[in-house]
Design a protein. Structure first.
Length: 122
């Protein structure tokens, strides 16, 4: 009986894992394939990468029921709201000024008063 060979490749860091899953999802989309964790893992393995299995599951769940083409082309239904928010925040950002450095205020030194402590420190 043949023994399965252990995968010794290092697991990719978070940024690489996210990028690998993103590209794998795009490849599956372009090939009109269903975007599921097992297919994402196959594409990633074919690219000679290794990611934690959670990443493929996260991407499967995030893209389930979504039209990837609409996400790519910005047809998410929120485009007008996002555009108006961007237009509204631009003038506000231009008007915002950096805070001026705090000016150091020196207090006039008051002379110390002699307080009678009843001979406590005499």
């Amino acid at each position: 009986m043949a023994r399965a060979q252990k995968d010794t490749r290092p697991i990719a860091d978070q940024a690489t894992s996210e990028a690998a899953c993103t590209y794998a999802a795009l490849i599956l989309y372009e090939d009109n394939q269903e975007i599921v964790a097992s297919k994402l893992a196959s594409v990633i393995k074919a690219a000679n990468l290794r990611v934690e299995p959670i990443w493929t599951k996260v991407f499967e769940k995030a893209l389930k029921g979504k039209k990837v083409g609409d996400l790519l082309h910005g047809n998410t239904g929120n485009a007008p709201a996002a555009q108006s928010a961007a237009q509204t925040s631009a003038p506000a950002a231009q008007q915002a000024k950096a805070p001026e450095p705090a000016k150091e205020v020196k207090k006039a030194e008051e002379p110390e008063e002699d307080v009678d402590m009843g001979g406590l420190f005499d």
